[in-house]
Design a protein around this ligand. Structure first.
Ligand code: B16
Ligand code: MG
Length: 214
């Protein structure tokens, strides 16, 4: 491959299982709106910013609300979510992820994060992973969230990497679409059929051999 590729990790659903907590929090909000959020529909919320998630939900539920109510619901969702992740610690890193990042670092890969979450830095610190990252891009750093590639472009700039020399690890369709748009190598992590648009899909990091990227 020539130059050692830069690895750009997603956070929720790739490094830690916080995606389940996003789902539970949105489900509670949806219940208050008399809308039942299904697991299938939740797939479409993965990787998408908080406000874009609520826009999608309101569309599915056929609802119009004032901007005041909209902001109230966003805050309520985040409060519910923050309560659920209050005890998060390094034991919540998904199996295989720590070893993969540690080995990759030793083999001189640059490591970046691009998460749509505005809570990403807080979570990285709780997991004790922040020092491993050469660049961190989160929901506060971008105007447009996934599937727009803005955050991936920023991560490549911050690590002085060409997009073509970056490998994206993502659990969401929105994230894979974003990486594909700028010719990054995309690796889907998980079992969702929505990930089939990635260059490759693995169920978990234990299955990935770093030699593939050398
Ligand atoms: P927050 P990722 C995304 O994180 C989640 O997949 C998505 O479910 C969530 O709505 C989004 O972050 C915003 O999160 O409400 O914490 O700002 O997968 O891009 O790491
Ligand atoms: Mg994710």
């Amino acid at each position: 491959m020539g130059t050692i590729p830069t690895f750009i990790f997603d956070l929720d659903g790739v490094i830690t299982n916080t995606e389940d907590y996003h789902f539970e929090a949105w489900k509670a909000i949806c219940l208050s709106l008399n809308y039942n959020l299904s697991i299938e529909k939740n797939e479409e919320l993965k990787g998408v910013s908080r406000s874009e998630c609520l826009n999608k939900i309101l569309k599915w539920a056929n609802l119009n609300i004032s901007s005041e109510e909209f902001n109230k619901l966003l805050n309520k969702k985040n409060d519910l979510y923050l309560k659920k992740i209050s005890n998060l610690n390094s034991s919540n890193i998904i199996n295989g992820v720590y070893d993969f990042i540690d080995k990759a670092k030793k083999q001189k890969h640059l490591i970046a994060l691009y998460s749509s979450s505005k809570n990403a830095k807080f979570i990285l610190n709780k997991l004790n992973l922040h020092p491993y990252f050469d660049a961190v891009v989160d929901g506060n750093s971008v105007k447009a969230s996934k599937p727009d590639p803005e955050g991936f472009i920023l991560a490549s700039k911050l690590t002085n990497s060409n997009p073509e020399n970056c490998v994206v690890f993502e659990d969401s369709e929105a994230g894979i679409l974003a990486g594909n748009k700028i010719n990054m190598t995309t690796i889907g992590i998980g079992v969702s059929s929505k990930l089939n648009i990635a260059n490759k899909v693995y169920e978990k990091f234990d299955e990935i051999n770093l030699k593939e990227f050398q």
